[in-house]
Design a protein around this ligand. Sequence first.
Ligand code: ATP
Ligand code: MG
Length: 308
Amino acid sequence: MSTPAGAKAIRCAGLIKIYKIEDIEVVALQGLDLQVERGELMGIIGPSGSGKTTLMSVLGGLDTPSAGRAWVSGIDLVALNDRQRLRYRRRDVGFVWQNTARNLIPYLTAVENVELAMMVAGRFDRPRAQELLRLVGLGHRTQHRPQAMSTGEQQRVAVAIALANAPQVLLADEPTGSLDDQNAARLLALFDTVRREIGVTVVIVTHDTNVAGSLDRYVAIRDGKTATEAVRLSEPREAGREQAGAEQGAAAPADAPSHDHFVLLDSAGRMQVPEQLRDRYGIGGRVRLVEEDGRLVIEPPGEGDAAR
Ligand SMILES: Nc1ncnc2c1ncn2[C@@H]1O[C@H](COP(=O)(O)OP(=O)(O)OP(=O)(O)O)[C@@H](O)[C@H]1O
Ligand SMILES: [Mg+2]
């Protein structure tokens, strides 16, 4: 499973995931497109049920997509058989979950937790386990068991565990979910440190618009599809034109002038018009796309238009 030079860290194209319980189908991912550069620290935000965890499960090899393609570090996830997928999970990706109990084994010390993860990946290396704990700022806590550590410390151990198999990609699903603001900020700073020092690509799922707003780039998922993207500006922009992507209610911080906001078009050219804008301009069903002074304008149908 080698990595082709220059490959994106993550690429998803038209990813679809349908869960079926008895006769009911839930379409959790509806043709999701995503690209993540190598060494990037990027965020995924979106309302509850939008498909964030489903995406993480697919990228982490815990689940298979129903259709579409996904590559991580050049590995084609759809092409993996069960044995290869298990190996991929153990060797190529790292996870940090919201729930600290899911990240750590309670009766093992911090360093034993990291060593166990190394053993599972076939990469046991005691000095490196110590080194990873130092990297996450817990060089003085290596012999502590989880219950003797704060939640913030436990999540930092979780980062060391997630790095134990020397993954190319680190996936974190709501890692700051059980932390207060101060510890959340420290954990984010830690993700940035490991990205810089180890060169690992980090993807963080969050509900928290403060967390997202502190990242250089984040993508908002709505209804199983990437809807908007925010990219940090090199210099904060002066107040001016409103950007639609910044208005997606819970899916994006309302006051993030530090970021440029884009609405994403999928490979077929489709885009989502945020609900607030549909309401404000009274559009729905059909609109007119008009070229005007070198701009592309979306207009509601006028009064003189032919009735439906
Ligand atoms: N194992 C499953 N079986 C059936 N349906 C599922 C399963 N996992 C998720 N779903 C459904 O898929 C959709 C997306 O769920 P997902 O957990 O990915 O959302 P999420 O964005 O992570 O939400 P949250 O912010 O609440 O964690 C939801 O409608 C959910 O009910
Ligand atoms: Mg989730």
